[in-house]
Every structure is written in structure tokens, then in C-alpha cells.
Design a protein around this ligand. Structure first.
Ligand SMILES: [Fe+2]
Length: 457
């Protein structure tokens, strides 16, 4: 973590100016009208909106009082990762160590690992301090939490017991090195060690994904009943719910949908009450009738039983990348779920010697935010390219890193096939819908979208 100086002060000021300008634009205020609303001089407003002076907190509060905006709408993010990658050293991790008690006993030692303000990762190295001699979830050494908002991907090292509380009862999984679990928010869970003598810790990689940020703020303000209406459980009745939403949105009666799609009224009624599942050809016809894309009607597949999915080290799917003989990595796929298609947990095992590390055709590049932790006892060399600039560094054992989306990165090691990097890749707030929107705005407008710097007329 950094010192007392605010991170990225200039960028923060300029992005804040752009948000103020955007808010005034959206509300059709020119400088004089905006200044009058906000109780400042026209010259002062211009200085704020042009980024010559930082938007003061008082002005943000005033805007939220007199305009239909929220304080958060005028507050930009800070960029603490200008080179595309932030590396967190083991020594800093150790320096952050703190022991948290549960029910009066020392329960976990926590250590921070790589985090960035531009991603929702909150990853911790956690050592189990409570040792048990059985797999009983009611053992006095097992102290439960209440569950938490963030999703959690967990990677296990050593003899760790993982406990999860399901509505049907408590489950215990005996985990070992290389095993992993992915779990949904708010399911109560806990961990213990099965051995006082052996190292037993986890990498608890929590992240908010699409649930945190504006979605959570919007739902909290809309109210509990509305939030419950938005909730859509994946499963058998998802398609009827999706179809009904589109009928409601158009105020379109079901018999009219039948006529527009060429399906029988009985068939549409059966689809709407979930008595039958749609054939692919029916989805196409309904999509044409509703003037949407077939994907908008497709339900999410649920592969999670209860609230977790786990993957044993020995069961992980594995491949080489790129395909042999040019393979630079062995890739092992860890726990994940179809509920979160943009989350991917991998073990990345470099096969190239350290002197060959360079961004190249075998570089790894993904649209996701990426977290990497060196879980092995071998140093990894890394080279990356971001916004036309090239960098090199290393990840020693216990070091971790955050990588921005689309960073081109190559890993290598002194001892090929001996270094193991745990990689968790997640989507941020830029959802597939957002990507489509970015791709359809008027050509050449992207710079204005990122930093509006003038009036819109
Ligand atoms: Fe947790």
C-alpha cells in the first residue's frame, strides 16, 4: 500500500473535471447555468470543468443537492497501475500479517497480496491456525463466518479442511495442495488445518465482479422488493422469466407473440409456463418476432450444486499453450462455474527458459483483469507490453501481481516446468453489453466517452 500522497492526483483531477462536464452536458447546462446552479462564478466553474483546479468536495455535495445526480457520479477512479502491472512482494505481504481471532481463539493469519484500485480483487494469503483431528463441522476448533458479499476462489496448499454451510446441511471437503473451490456470495464457510506440523494455507481470492459498484448502489436505492424482482435464479424456469420480461417490456400479449413468431398459441403458453423447453429454431423465431438477438433469450446454465464447485488437483483439465511443439506453457484449469463465464482460474507453468522471456506470439493476453501468485519455489521472469511500452520484472516465490486487461505478458523460469503460477482472471464492470455499446458509439467518440472536455453543442 502507498503512503500519504493520494494516488494519481492529476489523472483523478482531469477525470473529475470530465465527469462534472458530462453531468452539466447531460442536464443541458452551459457554463453560466451550471455555475448559477452550483453557486460558483463562471470562471470557477470553467476552471473545475477544464481540470485546471480539482473539483472540491463541497461542489460535489452541492451538485448532489441541486441536480438529480449522486456524489459518486462525480467521483472518478484512481489509476494505481499506470504501467499495466502492479507487483506485490512477499516481504510486503509478510509486513501486512495480522492474526484475527474467532470466538476467542487465534483463527487465521492474513496477509495482503497484490491489489489495485482498478479491479475488484481482494486476495489474501491465509494461514489456518486452528488444527483439527477429524472432519466434523461441529468440532470446537471450527469457527464459522457468516458468509460475505464477494465471490471467492480458493487455492489450497497443504492439509486444509474446507467447510461450507448449505441449506441442506454442512459439508466438509478434505483439501490438499493444488485443489481449488469456487463459491457464490454469502455462503457461510470456514477452514482449518489437519496437521500442526505441516504448512497449511490458502489463497483466498475474493472479488466483487458484476455485483459490486453501481449495480449494488442502484439496487440498494431502488429498494428490497425491486431488488428481489430483479433476481433471476438460473435453472428450469429461467427461459419463461426471460420471455415474460420481453412481453412486459413491449406490453405485448402472448397471442400476438404467437402470431408474430408463427408458433401456435398453445406452444407459446407452454413456453411461458415452463411446461416445455424451447427448440433452437423456436428461439430464433421468437427473437425475430421480439426484435432481439437470440442470445438475449438464452438462459444461463447452472453447473453448481449448492453454492460451490470444486476441482481436485488430479482432476484438473490440462493442455499446452500454444500447441506443441512451440508450447511456452502448461496450463491447468482450476475450479470455476458456468455461472461466471468470465472468471477463469488457471495454473500457468512456464516451459521456456528465463533468457527467452519476451512478449511474442506466444504471449498471454486476455480481456480479463488478472491476478497472479507464484505458488512454487522457483522464480518466474515476466515481460509485458502495455500501451506500446515494454517492461521486465520477476515474480519470486510468494510474490503476486495484478495485470490490467489486454496486457501482453510472457512468463519464463530458470527451471522450465518447475515454476507454478496461480492465475485468476475476472471480468470487471465492462460486461459484454458494455463492450457492444462501446463498439456501436459514433465513430471516433471513444476519447470523449473517457474524458469529455467540452460542451456537446
Ligand atoms: Fe471467505
Amino acid at each position: 500500500m502507498s503512503g500519504d500522497e493520494p494516488v494519481d492526483e492529476e489523472g483523478f483531477r482531469l477525470r473529475g473535471a470530465a465527469l462534472l462536464r458530462s453531468a452539466a452536458n447531460d442536464l443541458k447546462r452551459d457554463d453560466a447555468a451550471a455555475a448559477a446552479d452550483l453557486g460558483v462564478s463562471v470562471a470557477d466553474f470553467a476552471a473545475y470543468a477544464e481540470g485546471r483546479r480539482a473539483v472540491p468536495g463541497e461542489l460535489v455535495r452541492r451538485a448532489a443537492a441541486v441536480w438529480p445526480v449522486n456524489e459518486a457520479d462525480l467521483l472518478p477512479w484512481r489509476d494505481d497501475c499506470p504501467d499495466g502491472v502492479v507487483i506485490h512482494r512477499l516481504a510486503d505481504s509478510i509486513a501486512s500479517a495480522r492474526v484475527l481471532t474467532r470466538g476467542g481463539i487465534d483463527y487465521y493469519e492474513y496477509r495482503d497480496t497484490a491489489m489495485s484500485r482498478v479491479a475488484s480483487f481482494r486476495p489474501e494469503w491465509i494461514k489456518m491456525l486452528s488444527v483439527v483431528d477429524d472432519d466434523d463441522p461441529a468440532h470446537p476448533g471450527v469457527r464459522w463466518n457468516k458468509g460475505h458479499l464477494l465471490y471467492q476462489f480458493t487455492y489450497f496448499v497443504g492439509p486444509v479442511n474446507y467447510y461450507v454451510r448449505e441449506p441442506e446441511g454442512d459439508r466438509v471437503l478434505r483439501m490438499d495442495t493444488g485443489d481449488s473451490v469456487w463459491g457464490v456470495p454469502y455462503s457461510p464457510h470456514t477452514f482449518t488445518s489437519r496437521s500442526a506440523g505441516e504448512e497449511a494455507y490458502i489463497l483466498a481470492l475474493t472479488y466483487g465482479g458484476e455485483l459490486v459498484g453501481d449495480a449494488q448502489r442502484e439496487l440498494a436505492a431502488l429498494g428490497a422488493e425491486t431488488a428481489a424482482n430483479f433476481a433471476r435464479a438460473p435453472g428450469g424456469l429461467t427461459f419463461p422469466a426471460i420471455l415474460q420480461d420481453f412481453l412486459n417490456a413491449l406490453a405485448l400479449p402472448a397471442d400476438r407473440l404467437a402470431a408474430l413468431s408463427g408458433l401456435s398459441e398453445e406452444r407459446v403458453a407452454d413456453l411461458l409456463d415452463g411446461a416445455v423447453a424451447p427448440a433452437p429454431e423456436e428461439i430464433t423465431r421468437l427473437a425475430v418476432a421480439l426484435r432481439v438477438s437470440p442470445r438475449d433469450l438464452m438462459p444461463i446454465k447452472r453447473d453448481v450444486v449448492g453454492s460451490i464447485r470444486h476441482c481436485r488437483a488430479g482432476e484438473a483439465r490440462e493442455w499446452r499453450y500454444p500447441s506443441s511443439p512451440q508450447a511456452a506453457y502448461r496450463i491447468r484449469e482450476l475450479a470455476g462455474s458456468s455461472l461466471h463465464p468470465h472468471t477463469r482460474a488457471l495454473e500457468i507453468i512456464p516451459l521456456a527458459a528465463a533468457d527467452r522471456v519476451a512478449p511474442s506470439s506466444s504471449s498471454l493476453r486476455t480481456y480479463q483483469h488478472q491476478y497472479v501468485y507464484n505458488v512454487s519455489s522457483q522464480t518466474a521472469d515476466l515481460a509485458w507490453r502495455f500501451e506500446g511500452r515494454s517492461f521486465r520484472d520477476r515474480l519470486d516465490p510468494g510474490d503476486s501481481a495484478y495485470l490490467k486487461p489486454f496486457v501482453e505478458v510472457a512468463f519464463a523460469s530458470e527451471r522450465p516446468d518447475a515454476c507454478r503460477l496461480l492465475s485468476l482472471r475476472i471480468g470487471g464492470r465492462v460486461t459484454p453489453e458494455t463492450r457492444t455499446a462501446l463498439g456501436t458509439i459514433y465513430p471516433g467518440s471513444l476519447p470523449r466517452y473517457l474524458r469529455e472536455n467540452g460542451r456537446w453543442y
